[in-house]
Write a protein that binds this ligand. Structure first.
Ligand code: ATP
Ligand code: MG
Length: 317
């Protein structure tokens, strides 16, 4: 007992079994979970935060991520077999915050059949011919599956709010574009997510909170390292000029759309190893609370299984 008490309070160690990881997952992710946004202030959330973990826990955190992947793979297998719930994971962030890396690392153990990633870019002509939720509705995960939105309908209250010209390009009848357009969008997102949750979608939303200084460091790395050049786009640098407008938009988004059935995780993103463990933790925590289990085979089918076994064993070769 004494020895346990001297360990870091929320980090059981590098190798955890399923139940241990679930407990760890809850502790590490809950600190960043926002269920009610009314008093949310972005400036209270430090992008460099590593929770109760320090640099000395980095190697153990990497191993814990491995445990997390295994736990996630088990949960996803049951999710798929049970075929009742679906899971929607939304990722939003400034450029170079590590969305792609977090998705890649956290989901790498999951059966690709049960998981789909959609990246939402600037809308196409066809997409602009519809309401702004349309393209996202089409990409929603089916029951039993995990859908990952790399950007999402939240761009509608982020980039579109920062660059009003995008709103003008949406072909919405001018009579409908009044001052309360953003409030209406928050309201519609809240309604949409309430509807999804009521129909069996677990919604978890991640804002990877990177600092402006760390973004600059990562952009410079992308410019200086030839194998990272492809990730760099000059437009990303001009977008930095709008940093404060984006932060205001993120804060408003989290205030307006956090709910117990659709929480935001404001994940510190200056240290990638911590970002990934929080994201993995939040997903495992969410899934482990769904009461997933393998479907029980009905009695009649058990008899069929026994008969099939008998027939197989009776075969000569
Ligand atoms: P990466 O840069 O890592 O490849 P990304 O998600 O930034 O990934 P990009 O192709 O660079 O991908 O960017 C997509 C761009 O599309 C983003 O700048 C985003 O803000 C923009 N976008 C997404 N949805 C909308 C929208 N509804 N209206 C206008 N722009 C949008
Ligand atoms: Mg980009």
């Amino acid at each position: 007992m004494r020895e346990a008490a001297s360990r870091p309070p929320t980090f059981p160690g590098s190798t955890m079994d399923f139940d241990q990881f679930c407990r760890f997952a809850r502790r590490v992710s809950r600190a960043h979970r926002i269920e009610r946004g009314a008093r949310f202030r972005l400036k209270d959330h430090d992008p460099r935060d590593t929770g109760p973990l320090g640099d000395e826990h980095k190697p153990a955190a990497r191993e814990a991520l491995e445990d997390g992947r295994e736990a996630l793979a088990q949960l996803q297998d049951m999710l798929y077999a049970q075929d009742r719930w679906s899971v929607l994971l939304v990722f939003q962030a400034m450029d170079a915050a590590g969305k792609d890396g977090a998705i890649k690392h956290v989901m790498s153990g999951v059966n690709p059949q049960g998981c789909q990633v959609y990246s939402f870019k600037a809308p196409s002509a066809e997409e602009l011919d519809h309401d702004w939720l349309w393209r996202c509705v089409r990409a929603l995960p089916e029951r039993g599956r995990i859908g990952i939105f790399n950007r999402s309908y939240y761009e509608e209250v982020l980039v579109v709010k920062v660059h009003r010209e995008f709103l003008a390009a949406q072909k919405i009848p001018p009579a409908l574009l009044h001052k309360r357009v953003w409030d209406e969008r928050y309201r519609d997102i809240r309604g949409f997510e309430r509807h999804l949750a009521a129909n069996g979608t677990l919604i978890l939303k991640f804002f990877l909170n990177v600092s402006r200084a760390e973004q600059k460091r990562r952009f410079l790395e992308r410019i200086e390292q030839p194998e990272k050049n492809w990730k760099f786009s000059a437009a990303d640098v001009t977008e930095r000029a709008h940093w404060n407008e984006y932060m205001n938009a993120y804060q408003a988004m989290i205030r307006e759309t956090s709910a117990p059935h659709a929480p935001w995780y404001v994940v510190p993103a200056d240290n990638k190893w911590y970002t990934r463990i929080v994201v993995a933790g939040a997903i495992v925590d969410g899934l482990s609370r769904l009461g997933l289990h393998y479907p029980k085979v009905p009695r009649a089918q058990l008899a069929e299984l026994a008969a099939a076994k008998k027939a197989l064993l009776a075969e000569k070769r």
